[in-house]
Structures are given as structure tokens and as C-alpha cells.
Design a protein around this ligand. Structure first.
Ligand code: SF4
Length: 77
């Protein structure tokens, strides 16, 4: 606990499938082009955000640790 995350959506990958907004409606918004963005890109570690990243069919959502940049999702191979 206590980790801070940085959340990014790669708009070149996002296909507007809206899984992220289903998993974490407070955390992701679709714009008028049906592209997702993080409402708050710098956030406390949060299970809903992780579920959204895991649920994205095209892995457009990346989460890194704020500060170190260490990958949270997708996990390092
Ligand atoms: S789940 Fe992935 S593809 Fe779908 S809107 Fe969210 S970021 Fe885009």
C-alpha cells in the first residue's frame, strides 16, 4: 500500500472498447472520438485501475510506479 501510480492510455492503440470505463467509471473517460483517458493520471494504487488495465483488450493502458517508473502493468516479462 501507499504506492503512487502513473496511468497512461496509448491513444494509438485504444479502440474505444470501454472496458476500462466499465471497470473504473470514476477513473477513465471516453472523449468524443471514443478514446479513453485517465481522469487522474497520477493516482494512489487502486484495484479498479489495475482491473481496467488488465481488462483492456488491446493493452492500451500502462501503469508505472510514480518516481521510479517501474512497470506495474503490464508486468515486466
Ligand atoms: S478498455 Fe482499452 S481499448 Fe477500451 S476504451 Fe479503455 S483503453 Fe481504450
Amino acid at each position: 500500500m501507499g504506492d503512487r501510480w502513473h496511468v497512461e492510455v496509448d491513444r494509438s492503440l485504444c479502440i474505444g472498447a470501454a472496458m476500462c470505463t466499465n471497470h473504473a467509471p470514476d477513473r477513465f473517460r471516453l472523449d468524443s472520438a471514443r478514446q479513453s483517458h485517465a481522469v487522474d493520471p497520477d493516482t494512489d494504487a487502486n484495484e479498479q485501475v489495475l482491473a481496467a488495465a488488465e481488462g483492456c483488450p488491446v493493452e492500451a493502458i500502462t501503469i508505472t510506479l510514480n518516481g521510479s517508473g517501474e512497470p506495474v502493468f503490464p508486468p515486466e516479462q
